[in-house]
Ligand binder design. Structure first.
Ligand code: SAH
Length: 220
């Protein structure tokens, strides 16, 4: 085990187990998802000063005005993606951030294509994911509003920042039968939505209220 990966004290396996119990209390039922979260260290994705808070159920700062998604949200979005689709061969993730959600996805699907607009954040994420030996991930520094056309169609798309409406390019890049999980709305009023592409169009399910950072255009 790589130094620091296992964790001690507030980052120990016992603290992680408490997080799993909390996720189950909050309604997460997929054992596949819970197992992967249990076995993935979250503290290594954060600055040392915040590592002791890694297993609290909160969003925490990762620099550049961005936050690591709250464990419950990571679990929920992953569960929503998995439950409505068969085998997920190719998943597009918009908003690599610190890479924690990427780590969870990479252990449950064949390949993750992860797009991030802030280059230094993506670089750090890449290093951490490499330390975890997760190699079925490709990275692109780009505005996720364009998706990643080279690898279409995607069986799943997971968006970790909230646009005011569903980006058209992402709809186009979904496979028939594919699903997209995405927060939609303004800074103060967002709902999680699950979109399924059918033979004839798109089905939209509006789910719970959430709070994500805004989906911004352009690269930094
Ligand atoms: N799941 C990530 C969430 C990070 S926050 C984690 O747990 O760390 C959302 C991320 O989306 C930020 O890193 C932000 O820079 C990125 N983002 C926002 N708008 C984007 C866009 N248009 N294209 C790509 N990434 C975007």
């Amino acid at each position: 085990m790589i130094k620091g990966l296992q964790g001690i004290g507030m980052t120990s396996p016992r603290t992680r187990e408490r997080m799993i119990t909390r996720l189950m209390d909050q309604g997460i039922t997929s054992h596949k998802v819970l197992d992967v979260i249990r076995n993935t260290p979250r503290h290594i994705f954060m600055d040392e000063a915040l590592a002791s808070r890694a297993y609290e159920d909160t969003a925490l700062p990762i620099g550049y005005s961005q936050t690591i998604s709250q464990p419950y949200i990571v679990a929920k979005m992953t569960e929503l993606l998995l439950e409505s689709s068969g085998r997920l061969a190719k998943v597009l993730e918009i908003g690599t951030g610190c890479g924690y959600q990427t780590a969870i996805l990479a252990q449950l699907v064949d390949h993750v294509y992860s797009v991030e607009r802030i280059a230094p954040l993506q670089k750090k994420a890449k290093d951490h994911l490499w330390d975890l030996k997760l190699k079925n991930i490709s990275y692109l520094h780009s505005d996720g509003g364009w998706g990643w056309p080279e690898h279409t169609p995607y069986d799943g798309i997971l968006v970790a920042a909230a646009p005011p409406e569903i980006p058209e390019m992402l709809l186009q890049q979904m496979a028939v039968g594919g699903v997209m999980v995405i927060p939609i709305g303004s800074a103060i009023d967002q709902r999680l939505q699950r979109i399924t592409r059918t033979e004839t169009g798109y089905e939209v399910e509006k789910l719970e209220s959430v709070m994500f950072v805004p989906f911004l255009s352009g690269r930094k």
